[in-house]
Design a protein around this ligand. Structure first.
Ligand code: ARG
Length: 459
């Protein structure tokens, strides 16, 4: 057991207690951030004449050596240390001797761990953002290819009005773009440095907190040392943002699972992203989409769990907070994995255009447009609604689409109908007349695609 605090104790820690308390098995993930933070701290100590320049240089050299050796695999992070902070410090002292003991001057593990975690999340925000960008690029490519691919739009999972595949994909583009903005937004709020807060009440050393904040790329120091060691809001915000990403992915997955089913056949998920059944030879299952949908629960769980852990914790640092790490690490790995896999699946998916169009034609998705036709010929909308309702009933009886009903039948129900009704209710007209911004009409869609293209180029 290697721990940093044996001085005032007369008994060895019980082995089980030691294990229960230790965090090295998971906080070893923070070794880079821990070393980086220590380097900034040491530079600042020397600048403030709390350490000499030689001491600074020897410590920096020692820390660089540890980083190098961990990265190369030469130095293993083993379970004999309590946490990553003890591991780094003990190794430093092994390497450079007593001067290594000066590293922790004016610092506590409380501000140290708060810093490590912030640095970690800041990096992860960037990685998540990059993964979302790749997903948006695939979405935009599909949108560009499918501005004329007609399909039914649904409400209540009932065919409602015709749209295009580009329009449908565009809705997801909006969702994932907002997810990116959420990340950007939380990064702005969290980018302040806790280092120098000490255990809770700052230190008596003349630390330059502005300087360490700047060295580490923060906007400045956090302004209350008690808050600095006990704030985990940014983790809640990050988990909440990840939960929202997962919720969006899960909705998308659900649609791909439905669309891939034999009943819809709107898409075919690529073999590389499907799996077979051990008993039913004909099966090709959308397991990846189902797993992403399933893993959503796990990420929500992390959010709920951390909120519950933090509830009722008095100021300032309390050990409960150590529970943040496993939850957050798992949620990050899960979400990043899901975005990457989903992007691959979407990139290789085959869209069955004919099936989509056929489905739109056979669900009375143009009924609103038939009513609008009457309105354009002077019939009040409420009457038009009733007339078209009767036409739909007639078509259901005959088992045909509105497009296939002879003109005489139309005219029997309303003499206002003329030959041009067929043009007015064609799928193409229905879509392309919806031209206000945000709608599926080709021109409106192209305008939006231009905006998205610019967004992705400027990111
Ligand atoms: N492993 C601890 C954590 O993750 C580090 C801080 C420990 N501080 C302390 N006073 N025991 O929260």
């Amino acid at each position: 057991m290697a721990q940093l605090w044996g001085g005032r104790f007369t008994k060895e820690t019980d082995q089980l207690v030691y294990q229960f308390n230790a965090s090295i098995s998971f906080d070893q993930k923070l070794y880079r951030q821990d070393i980086r933070g220590s380097m900034a701290h040491v530079r600042m100590l020397a600048k403030q004449k709390i350490l000499t320049e030689e001491e600074r240089d020897r410590i920096l050299e020692g820390l660089e050596g540890i980083l190098r050796d961990v990265e190369s695999g030469e130095l293993l992070i083993t379970q004999e240390y309590e946490d990553i902070h003890s591991f780094v410090e003990a190794n430093l002292i092994d390497r450079i001797g007593d001067v290594g003991k000066k590293l922790h001057t004016g610092r506590s593990r409380n501000d140290q761990v708060a810093l490590d975690m912030r640095l970690y999340i800041r990096d992860e925000v960037q990685e998540t953002d990059a993964l979302l960008k790749k997903l948006l690029e695939v979405l935009l490519r599909i949108m560009k290819e499918h501005t004329e691919t007609i399909m039914p739009g649904f409400t209540h999972l009932q065919k409602a009005q015709p749209i295009t595949l580009a329009h449908h994909m565009g809705a997801y583009f909006e969702m994932f773009r907002r997810d990116q903005m959420r990340l950007l937004d939380l990064r702005e709020r969290m980018n302040y440095c806790p280092l120098g807060a000490g255990a809770l009440a700052g230190t008596t050393y003349p630390l330059d907190r502005e300087y360490t904040a700047e060295l580490l790329g923060f906007y400045g120091p956090m302004l209350n040392s008690m808050d600095a060691v006990s704030d985990r809001d940014y983790l809640i915000e990050y988990l909440s943002a990840m939960s929202t990403v997962m919720m969006h992915l899960s909705r998308f997955c659900e649609e791909m699972i439905l669309w891939n089913s034999n009943e819809y056949r709107f898409v075919e998920i690529d073999d590389a992203y499907s799996t077979g059944s051990s008993i039913m030879p004909q099966k090709k299952n959308p397991d990846i989409a189902e797993l992403v949908r399933g893993k959503t629960g796990r990420v929500y769980g992390a959010l709920m769990s951390l909120l519950t852990t933090l509830k009722g914790i008095p100021l300032a640092y309390n050990k409960d907070m150590q529970e943040d790490k496993e939850l957050v690490f798992d949620a990050i790995d899960t979400t990043k994995g899901c975005i990457a896999l989903f992007t691959g699946m979407l990139h290789t998916i085959h869209f069955c255009k004919e099936r989509m169009k056929d489905s739109a034609r056979h669900g009375f998705t143009n009924a609103t447009d038939a009513a609008d036709y009457l309105v354009n010929h002077g019939v009040p909308f409420r009457d038009a609604h009733g007339i078209v309702g009767r036409l739909v009933l007639l078509c259901i009886e005959k088992g045909i689409a509105l497009d296939d009903l002879p003109l005489e039948e139309y005219q029997k129900i309303s003499p206002v109908f003329g030959q041009d009704v067929y043009e007015a209710i064609s799928m193409e007209t229905c879509v392309n007349k919806r031209l206000t911004i945000g709608g599926p009409g080709k021109e409106a869609m192209e305008q939006v695609i231009g905006i998205y293209e610019k967004y992705l180029n400027e990111m």
